[in-house]
Design a protein around this ligand. Structure first.
Ligand code: C5P
Length: 209
């Protein structure tokens, strides 16, 4: 193939998104945050007052999704992420979004996709797979700092409980549960800052390029 793909997976607030963006800038690769695709479907349902658990309706939203026009600012809200993880358990929704994600992954010269099932399902043949993780406490601390920095208010305990609930839903579902691919490199960022995580990932990518 004439496209080089980097697959990045990990739980919520693991730092995979930040890492993916840094790598995309460094290598000049196209980046897709696949979480935004699930969030966009969830938000479309919420905005229309439609149920989050009707598979046929949600799948139709997923089929009509335009990957070129995902507006991160409109999708970051916490309740949208929560709704996205409910929408993401339905196989027909996943089928539609995975098809669009696979098409994106072909864009030359290279692509970086981050999500929950990139190395296992979306791009199982990617030459580099990273599984980014950090302790639940470290992830809750980062999310808490992020929310405080943007002027928001949320208790640490509440954030930690939310993260644990979302991880449990993502790891426990039948279709494409969150788990490292057998050939993924594990990157534990509990004790790492962004720069250290970037350098560790860059070393793995440079070896495979
Ligand atoms: O990463 P983010 O928090 O934006 O993802 C929102 C939700 O979308 C996740 O909790 C997960 O349920 C779902 N998701 C998924 N597969 C992906 C990306 C996200 O199931 N590849």
């Amino acid at each position: 193939p004439d496209t080089f793909t980097i697959a990045i997976d990990g739980p919520a607030a693991s730092g995979k998104g930040t890492l993916a963006r840094r790598l995309a800038v460094h290598y000049g690769f196209h980046h897709l945050d696949t979480g935004l695709t699930y969030r966009a479907v969830a938000k479309a349902l919420l905005d229309r007052g439609l149920p989050l658990d009707d598979e046929a309706i949600a799948a139709e939203m997923a089929q009509n999704l335009d990957l070129q026009h995902l507006d991160r600012a409109a999708l970051v809200a916490h309740h949208v992420g929560e709704a996205a993880s409910k929408v993401a358990v339905m196989p027909a929704v996943r089928r539609a979004l995975v098809a669009a994600q696979r098409a994106f992954a072909q864009t030359p010269p290279g692509t970086i996709l981050d999500g929950r099932d990139i190395g296992t399902v979306v791009c199982p043949d990617a030459p580099v797979k990273l599984y980014v993780m950090a302790s639940a406490e470290a992830r809750a601390r980062r999310r808490h700092a992020e929310i405080s920095a943007s002027g928001g208010e949320a208790g640490f305990a509440e954030i930690l409980a939310d993260l644990n609930r979302r991880d449990a839903r993502d790891m426990g579902r039948t279709d494409s549960p969150l788990k490292p691919a057998d050939d993924a490199h594990l990157l534990d960022t509990t004790e790492m800052d962004i720069e250290a995580a970037f350098l560790a990932a860059k070393r793995l990518v440079d070896e495979a390029l």
